[in-house]
Every structure is written in structure tokens, then in C-alpha cells.
Design a protein around this ligand. Structure first.
Ligand code: ZN
Length: 316
């Protein structure tokens, strides 16, 4: 039994309108679902992904306007890496970000594939990584970005912890990751990052862990990542994962039916919130695949309360 890669990353925005504009108009992702946070229906939950909303391509946001700015530090999921399909695509993105007025690092080369770093308008750290054109998500042809250079999904997340060993042990002994390699930060060789992979490695399977005893305390806020989810093919394996995580001594939730997938949640040593989510049923469960994200979607248990929920949301 293996986790088959990243499923989605959920972050926090305090400015949903600007967030929607950046992820759809600048990064060219498709808004595949506009729904509410199932635990706080006064907040939008926006899902950006590939054309089909495939697992492994979703970057999602809770809209929490009153949160303070995020500060990365010990316990943060500090950066999200996304896949660009090959070196030409990465050069396209360098130019596109420049034209859009988004400050960026320029192409970073050195150990590993070429990368491009920047932040979203609220400071969420993002990195595009040349994935060599490996199979991935399907860019949406309705996007302003030409599909041949469109982003093809999640590549990795970057965790920051004070103590590598405790986090590493859970990744390897409980969650089945392999320690694959160590790399250093571009321009900062003293900062070492340990790369863990699942399912044999490759694009979309990596967790990068940066450890330093001197990291400041983190504060989760807008522009920060709330949790990362990993893929499991079905509900049967998810229950086995639940048993394994509970047996390791970590506290794990019951299976929660999110309607578009089923989820379990647990916090790993170091403080980061992890989720394991099933691949299905997916975002076409309640909408025509051609019209994903066009109106407010609610799971069946919230549908009877649609009028009240819509009255509590500003139009978006
Ligand atoms: Zn999630």
C-alpha cells in the first residue's frame, strides 16, 4: 500500500476576488469548484485545478478575510511547488510573470530541475518546477495560458521543522515515504533540504523538509498553507491508513465524507496538518464537466440550507 502522490494543497486567502483573478488569469488554472468550507459555511472554498479537477492538480483556498498575514516558521508548509511541462514552458512562465508584474527569482538552476520562484498577491510562496514533460494533469483550453505550456499539477510541498528526525520518522515509518536525496537552497548552501518521495518518486510525489533548530514560531494566516493532502486510490486503503496512523500513536480523525472525496486528517510531529484523501468521486459528481465552478456548488447535506448560505456570502 502506497500513497500515490499529492492530492491537493489548501491555503488561506483574505482577498478571494484577487485570489480568483491571480490563479485563473495569471496562472491559468481552472476554477473547478466554488463551494463553501464545510466546517464554516460563511467562507468560500475555492478549488483551482486542471481541466478535469484531477487529484494531484488542486490548489484550494479558504476565504477567511479576517486572518492576519501568514508567517512561515517551524511547523509551516512553507512553499508549494507546481509543475511546468518542460524547459520551454518554464521560460514562457518567466516571461509571463514579468509581463504580469509579478516579481520572481529568474530561472534557478543547479542541483535538480530548473525552477522559478515567486509569491501570490498575499505572499504565498510558489515555485514552478520543470517536470521534463512527464505525464500529469490536463491544462484547460479555456484558460488564458496556451495549453501546451499550462501548469500540470502539484509537484511538491516544502515543510519547515526544528527537528528533522521526528518528522522524517513519520514520513518514512508510518506514511511509507523514502528518503531520496538532500539538496541545498539556491544561493544558500547552508540551508539543507531533505527530499522524501512516495510511489517511486517523480513529479507530484515529493515532500521537501527543511530543518533548523533556529526557526521562528510560525503563524498561520492569509498567504499561508493550511494543510496538504495525499492520494489514496479508494476508501478501503484509506481505512487501512487510518489504522496504521492510529497505531503509530498519532491522533487521526474519523473518515469525513467531503462529497468530492473522503478525507482523514492528522497532525505530524513538527506541527503540520496532513490529510489523506481518496481519488474519487471527484468534482464532476455534482456538475457538468463543461461547467465546473460556474455556480456555487453545495454537497447534498448543505443543499437544503442553500438560501441561508448564499445570503451569508458576497457574490464572487
Ligand atoms: Zn483538504
Amino acid at each position: 500500500m502506497q500513497l500515490t502522490g499529492l492530492h491537493h494543497v489548501t491555503a488561506i486567502t483574505a482577498r478571494a476576488e484577487q485570489n480568483l483573478d491571480f490563479y485563473t488569469q495569471v496562472l491559468g488554472l481552472r476554477l473547478v469548484k466554488k463551494t463553501v468550507n464545510q466546517d464554516d459555511v460563511s467562507a468560500y472554498h475555492l478549488f483551482y485545478a486542471d481541466k478535469f479537477g484531477s487529484p494531484g492538480t488542486d490548489l484550494t483556498f479558504f476565504d477567511w478575510p479576517n486572518t492576519p498575514p501568514n508567517q512561515n516558521g517551524a511547523g509551516s508548509i512553507a512553499r508549494v511547488m507546481l509543475r511546468a511541462p518542460g524547459p520551454d514552458a518554464l521560460r514562457f512562465w518567466e516571461e509571463r510573470l514579468t509581463r504580469a508584474g509579478v516579481p520572481h527569482s529568474g530561472l534557478l538552476t543547479g542541483s535538480g530541475p530548473a525552477r522559478l520562484r515567486f509569491s501570490d498577491p498575499e505572499g504565498l510562496e510558489l515555485e514552478l518546477v520543470d517536470d521534463g514533460g512527464a505525464p500529469g494533469g490536463t491544462p484547460w483550453e479555456g484558460s488564458p495560458v496556451p495549453p501546451e505550456v499550462g501548469l500540470t499539477g502539484l509537484h511538491a510541498v516544502h515543510l519547515m521543522v526544528r527537528d528533522l528526525d521526528r518528522t522524517a520518522r513519520v514520513l518514512t515509518d508510518v506514511l511509507g515515504f523514502q528518503l531520496e536525496r538532500e539538496v541545498s537552497e539556491p544561493g544558500d548552501p547552508a540551508r539543507t533540504i531533505t527530499v522524501f518521495t512516495t510511489a517511486g518518486g517523480g513529479p507530484g510525489t515529493e515532500v521537501h523538509v527543511e530543518a533548523s533548530p533556529d526557526l521562528p514560531i510560525s503563524r498561520l494566516g492569509h498567504g499561508g498553507v493550511h494543510h496538504v493532502a495525499f492520494r489514496t486510490p479508494d476508501a478501503g486503503e484509506q481505512l487501512e491508513w487510518r489504522d496504521r496512523i492510529a497505531a503509530s500513536g498519532l491522533r487521526v480523525t474519523d473518515v469525513i465524507d467531503r462529497f468530492y472525496f473522503k478525507s482523514i486528517y492528522f497532525r505530524i510531529p513538527g506541527g503540520m496538518l496532513f490529510e489523506i484523501a481518496t481519488d474519487g468521486p471527484g468534482f464532476a459528481a455534482d456538475e457538468d464537466p463543461e461547467r465546473l465552478g460556474e455556480k456555487l456548488a453545495l454537497p447534498p447535506f448543505l443543499e437544503p440550507h442553500r438560501d441561508t448560505i448564499e445570503a451569508g456570502l458576497r457574490p464572487l
